[in-house]
Write a protein that binds this ligand. Sequence first.
Ligand code: ADP
Length: 627
Amino acid sequence: MIPIQLLRKVSVFQGLTDEQLERIAGLCREETHSAGSLILKEGEPAEELHILREGRVTLEMGIRMWPERRVRQMSVESLNAGQPFGLSALTESDIWTMSARALDNCRLIVLQGRDLLYLMESDRAMGCEINRGLSNVLAERLRYARLGLTEYLGHRQVAREQTPEESTAIRRIQYGINFRWIAIIGVVLITATANMVFGIHFSTLPIFIIASVIGLYNLAFWRYTERLESAEAPNLIPQVRRYVWVQSAADLVATTAIVHFAGGVENPLFLYYVFHVILASIILPYRSAYLLATLAVGLFTTLVGLEYLQVIPHVHLQGLVPPDLYLQTPYVVAILFGFGTTLYISTYLTTAVAGELRKRQRETAALHDRLLLEAKELQRANEELVRLDKLKTYFLAMASHDLKTPLAAVQSYLQVLLGGFVGELEDEHRRMLERCSIRIQELFDLINRFLDLAQIEKGKVVEGMGVISVQELLNSCAEEVRVLATERSQELRTDIPAELPSVYGSPDHLKQAVTNLLSNGIKYTSNGGTITLCARELGDYIEIEVCDNGIGIDPEDLPHLFEQFYRGKGGETAHGAGLGLSIVKRIVEAHQGQIWAESPYADGKPGARFAFTLPKGKPAGLKIFGD
Ligand code: ADP
């Protein structure tokens, strides 16, 4: 049979009595699964509840992000020992289950859902406890599933998103395509106007044919750009650049053809080559841009040269320039020189500006990625903090119940023994039992301090605040510790003016803070010493101080006194856990005051002085429950 100690650790069975656990254990059997095997398959009805005894199991779910996409397996949660799965065995059997896969070789405790349900129905109290545990597990699992999904979608978005550089490049290609449509209309209009309005005669048909060819390839480019835009390729830039190169080369060839049929060197619009070169230089790297400028210069020079050498026929623009202009060497050379320099200078200027812009874009993208990563890390750290906080709450609950209850029982038995209720004790035995009792009391005090600290952190100080008289508070603190001082023949002096204004605070916590300082004063001062408690008005504050002429504090201990668990060198002479002063500090700060320590104080007097301030009246910005 499965030992009930094991079942007690299972989250859904917590809070059940031994007898109830024994009844559940009677239903359980053990199973083992090797690493990688599928224990439960998604969609199949789960009839058995599984509890992981050893190893790790991952819960998986198939998720289809978009209607036409394939289903992807997503890990919802990774389970450790003590966690249950196959919970749908306790619901209608057709409710969807998640897949469960063994990550290591696993040992499982398995029980029929039906049998457990029957037990839960026959013992309603037990049913309630188990249901409570189940809802906690389900809530937690839902939270994990939500986190997993968010992260998954986040990654997807990042993967799909084009880098700023890529999307800018694609946008520019689109500008280029739009510009080409305008250019085609422009070519047609200019040709028609020159021919019909200005009476410049040349054959227009070849130009219209070339314009149509440009229109066709622009259509093809337009379709291809749309495909490129939705591409999920990891790095689009080289593809985009090749594509721009092809487009620009096609444009240059088409422009050369138009220039040839529209008068060659006679036509001043040959300068339109510049537009192509500028557009390409914006997207292409330096080398490709210069190569393209060279191609443009080469094409135009070849055209003009071939016409000049009369290898190919020259189209004359009748009515615009003299017919032999294309044969006049100085004119042709001047045009080619002007053309070449214009193209190279334009390329130089454009690539310089575009290169700088690209660099900035890359830097921004890198910064964006880094921020995204940092945000993720912060989120993870935050989740870890939440987990630790839960652990702390659990520990505190455990400390207050599981630790204090047995201690109280032991202490009361010791008191019964020491009180002689079960017979007279030998002196030696009595001394031993008394020492036990003292140790138990110290342990009690330590646990109480832990709990105090947690309560203060949770804002409990602020909850119990009201108007209090400082004089009454301090006098009652002094009376509380007077016995301790008298036991050590110490003098406890007080100097508390009657006319001190009241403060706004939590009486219990302030009392705790002052008695803590006084007890420390008594603890760290040798027999016969003096401890003084004073209070005075100091501007908007009241200053409360506890001085002693005891052992004092080492200079290197001073900056750390208020840290949790810090014990100074003087601490070696007395018992303690190093929590007292950190509690006092938190109480004072919750009242918007300040605390500090000095040693030696006032003209090198030996001993220590602890002082803290409290604002008079209700401090601004203090939020009280119910305010
Ligand atoms: P504990 O007294 O339990 O060690 P505290 O937080 O109250 O923890 O004090 C921290 C340390 O500060 C002590 O270990 C001790 O070294 C030093 N200390 C506190 N009060 C005094 C005092 N009045 N005189 C000298 N040392 C002190």
